[in-house]
Ligand binder design. Structure first.
Ligand code: ADP
Ligand code: MG
Length: 417
C-alpha cells in the first residue's frame, strides 16, 4: 500500500511502466536492435496499465518472433521485480495480462470443517488447500484428474500441519469403507493422532520395515485391482467398476509418507512407489508425499514426473523452488507458516488452515475404532494388521505363561506325585 501511494505521487503510470520494463530487462524478454552507432532494446508492447490501491493490471503483447514459452520460463523474474503476489495470464499466444496484487492473505486461517464443507461437496476425494489472495477457498479433487500430491518446503514451514488438515478433512468427508489410509511417519512425530482412526489401515508406520510393509500392502492392492478391474471386468478404472457394482464398491487408497527423503536409500520402497505413482490413479490409489527438498537424490525422475500437484511451502532459494516447480516459494518468509505456492494448473499463493494437534485429536475422536472392534479386527485381519496380531499373540503368551511352566527333572521322572 505504502509503495503504491509513493508511486502515485511520482507519476504512477510512468513508474509502473518502468517497473514492467525492468522485469523485461531482468528476464531478457526483449529484442536487441544493433546498428553501427548504437544498440537498442525493444520491449513487448504495453497496451494498458490500470491500477488502484489494491492491484495493478498490465496488458502487453510480445513482439513478433518472441517465444511465448519464455514468459513461462522467466516467470521468476516477474516475481523478483514485483514480489510474489502476481498472476500472469494469457488468452492468446501473444497477449498477456499481468496482475500484481497488493492484498495480503491473512497470516492465520483457522481450520473449520463445517465452513469448508460447501466448497468440497460433491467431490470424490477432496483436498482442501486453503485460502488464496482473493479470499477464495482453494480445493481440488484427487480422484478427478489431480491425483498425486507433493508437499515440499523447509523444516518448520508447515508441511506436516498441512498434511494433518488434509487428512482430517478426508476422514470427516469419506466413510472408512470409501477411503483407506496408509500412513508412514519416519520422524515418529506426526501421525500418532491418527492411530485407531477407522480409515487407517494397519498401524502408523514409523520404522523402515513397517513403512516398507505399508508400501507393499498398497502395491499389492494395486496389483489386485489391476487383476480385478482390468483383467476380469475389462473396465478402465475404479469409477467404472464402482458404477457397475454399487453394493461392493472399492475404496480409494491414499498412501501418505511424511519426510519422504528418509526413504532415499530404500531402493525396494522407492521402486514400489514409482509403480504406484505411474499406475495408481486409474485404480483409485494415490500418493501424498512430504519432503524438505525434492531434488533427484531424494525423488527420482519418474516419481516427480507423476506427482504433478505441488505445494511449495517456504523454500531456501530459487534453485530449490525451481526444483519443486513452485517459483515464489523462496520469497515466503520464515514467519509465514502454512503459506505455500500451489502448482495446480497455474501457480498461486495459498494459506493452509491451521488445525492444531490437540483440536485435531478431539475432532478425530468419533472416527476411532472402539476397543472391542480393534481386538476383533486384530484376530480376523491378515496384513496390514499383522503387527496387531503379533501383539495380541504376545498377550496370549503372557496370559498362558503360568500354564506352560518349565518342566523339571521331577516332572519328567516322577517326583512325589
Ligand atoms: N497453516 C498454519 N498456520 C499457522 N501456523 C502453522 C500452520 N502450519 C504450521 N504452522 C506452525 O508451524 C509449525 C511447524 O509446522 P510443521 O507442519 O511441523 O512444519 P514442517 O512439517 O514443514 O517441518 C507448527 O508447529 C505450527 O505451529
Ligand atoms: Mg514435518
Amino acid at each position: 500500500m505504502r509503495l503504491l501511494e509513493k508511486m502515485k505521487a511520482d507519476k504512477q503510470e510512468k513508474l509502473l511502466q518502468k517497473k514492467l520494463i525492468e522485469a523485461f530487462d531482468v528476464s531478457g524478454i526483449y529484442m536487441e536492435y544493433t546498428s553501427e552507432k548504437y544498440k537498442k532494446r525493444i520491449y513487448p508492447k504495453i497496451h494498458s496499465i490500470k491500477f488502484n490501491e489494491n492491484r495493478i493490471e498490465y496488458v502487453f503483447t510480445l513482439l513478433n518472433g518472441q517465444d511465448p514459452k519464455e514468459i513461462k520460463k522467466k516467470e521468476y523474474a516477474f516475481y523478483q521485480v514485483f514480489g510474489r503476489t502476481l498472476k500472469i495470464e494469457t488468452d492468446s499466444i501473444k497477449k498477456y495480462t499481468l496482475t500484481v496484487s497488493n492484498r495480503t492473505i491473512p497470516k492465520k486461517f483457522i481450520y473449520d470443517y463445517k465452513k469448508f464443507l460447501p466448497a468440497i461437496e460433491g467431490m470424490k476425494l477432496p483436498i482442501f488447500g486453503g485460502v488464496n489472495l482473493d479470499g477464495e477457498y482453494i480445493v481440488w479433487d484427487m480422484a478427478d484428474g489431480k491425483p498425486h500430491l507433493l508437499a515440499a518446503g523447509e523444516n518448520g514451514s508447515g508441511k506436516s500441519a498441512g498434511v494433518r488438515q488434509i487428512l482430517a478433512t478426508l476422514i470427516q468427508f469419506k466413510k472408512s469403507s470409501e477411503l483407506h489410509l496408509y500412513l508412514c511417519d519416519p520422524k515418529f512425530t506426526e501421525f500418532h493422532l491418527f492411530g485407531d482412526v477407522e480409515h487407517v489401515q494397519g498401524k502408523i508406520a514409523c520404522e523402515m520395515d513397517d513403512i516398507y510393509n505399508n508400501i507393499k500392502a498398497v502395491k499389492k492392492e494395486l496389483d489386485d485391482r489391476k487383476r480385478l478391474i482390468g483383467e476380469q471386468e475389462k473396465l478402465t478404472g475404479i469409477e467404472k467398476y464402482n458404477d457397475r457394482y454399487h453394493d461392493k464398491k472399492i475404496p480409494y487408497v491414499l498412501l501418505v509418507i511424511d519426510e519422504f527423503a528418509q526413504l532415499k536409500d530404500k531402493k525396494d520402497s522407492i521402486n514400489l512407489i514409482e509403480t504406484i505413482s505411474a499406475q495408481g490413479r486409474a485404480f483409485g490409489i494415490f500418493l501424498l508425499l512430504a519432503t524438505q527438498r525434492a531434488e533427484a537424490q531424494v525423488m527420482n525422475g519418474l516419481i516427480k514426473q507423476n506427482i504433478t500437484i505441488r505445494m511449495g511451502f517456504r523454500h531456501a532459494d530459487l534453485i530449490n523452488s525451481r526444483i519443486t516447480n513452485t517459483i515464489g516459494s523462496e520469497k515466503i518468509s520464515m514467519e509465514d507458516k502454512g503459506r505455500f505456492i500451489l502448482k495446480l494448473d497455474e501457480a498461486m499463493e495459498v494459506q493452509a488452515p491451521l488445525l492444531e494437534e490437540e483440536i485435531a485429536e478431539k475432532l478425530l475422536e468419533p472416527y476411532k475404532r472402539k476397543e472391542e472392534e480393534v481386538k476383533r479386527e486384530a484376530i480376523t485381519w491378515s496384513f496390514p494388521n499383522c503387527n496387531e496380531i503379533i501383539e495380541s499373540n504376545e498377550e496370549k503368551k503372557e496370559q498362558s505363561k503360568p500354564v506352560i511352566k518349565k518342566l523339571t527333572i521331577d516332572d519328567l521322572f516322577g517326583g512325589d506325585k
